[in-house]
Write a protein that binds this ligand. Sequence first.
Ligand code: PMP
Length: 355
Amino acid sequence: MSRFLAKRLSSIEPYTPGEQPQGRSFIKLNTNESPYPPAPAVCAALNSEEAERLRLYSDPDLRELTAAIAEYHGVLPSQVFCSNGSDEALTFAFLAWGSQDGVAFPDISYGFYPVFAQYYGIDALPIALKPDFTLDPKDYMGLGRMVVFANPNAPTGFAIGVDEIRKIACSNPDHVVLVDEAYVDFGAESALRLLDECENLVVVRTFSKSRQMAGARLGYAIASPQLIEDLNRLKFSFNPYNVNRLTSLAGTLSVREDAWFCECRQKIINTRAATTKGLRQLGFEVLESLANFVFARTPQLSGEEYCAKLRQNGILVRHFTNPRIADYVRITIGTDEEMQTLLAVTCTILQEAKG
Ligand code: PMP
């Protein structure tokens, strides 16, 4: 840190992204990416002709992409805001709607929420999940501040239903309730259908997980046109060309190719069921996940030890140091073959531990 850094920023604890290894090849189950490629039309379109167009700025209004997403979800283009990863939509959201009265989010959730709050000097209220890691909607009623939660939550994979989300939104009428649906396509109910009833609801989505495009950095928010205007006000005060040309094209083509999306997501759901079963047979406790990962622990090893042993065997998973969840590891769902390797390696590790 230099002596020039503003004092306010020196206390920020930045978010730690999962490892992106260079060189050695791992079975990569640590950052909730998809093991499958983007839609075929996306791969076909990213050619040298498109590369040549990089000399031009992207469309600051992202009209084609926004229209494609709006059509896909049956909303107006004025209800869609596209962002550089959903992280960017989230950061604008915190600034736009959390700066005044603060923001509440679950104590165990996406690790970026407290960082966004610190970054903007926003008062953050972490709300403890219940001992079984479920979220009690009652804890989020009438808080008098912005509410943010991931549904399904990460790293637990648990979700709440639309009726519960409605209650949270209705009980906080003067503040935005933001539902981060990064993992919703793997089996949870979306809050999108509440948009007409709840003018304070914002739904954030990403192309990183169920659309196999983490490296493209594309996300979006859906909300009332007025709330979307707020996000655009911030974007046009910060980075008008926030989504690059190639990503914008890739995103448009991805949403138009529904069959590939459905096929890949179904494969992940099936592999998740098989992985959950396999780990339970090995004596693991595995939370019933609705996301593209499972959260699991074994009585035989600490989360940290299990994570380290897997790494030695060429498999990356994610471990968090927060004491409440330190026994667990989060395992992204890969291909069937990758997960079979994970189970076989795990079996050997457990035998060695018994030793
Ligand atoms: N929300 C949640 C709950 C996440 O786990 C992630 C991925 N780490 C994101 C948002 C951000 O995803 P991206 O910026 O890749 O869209």
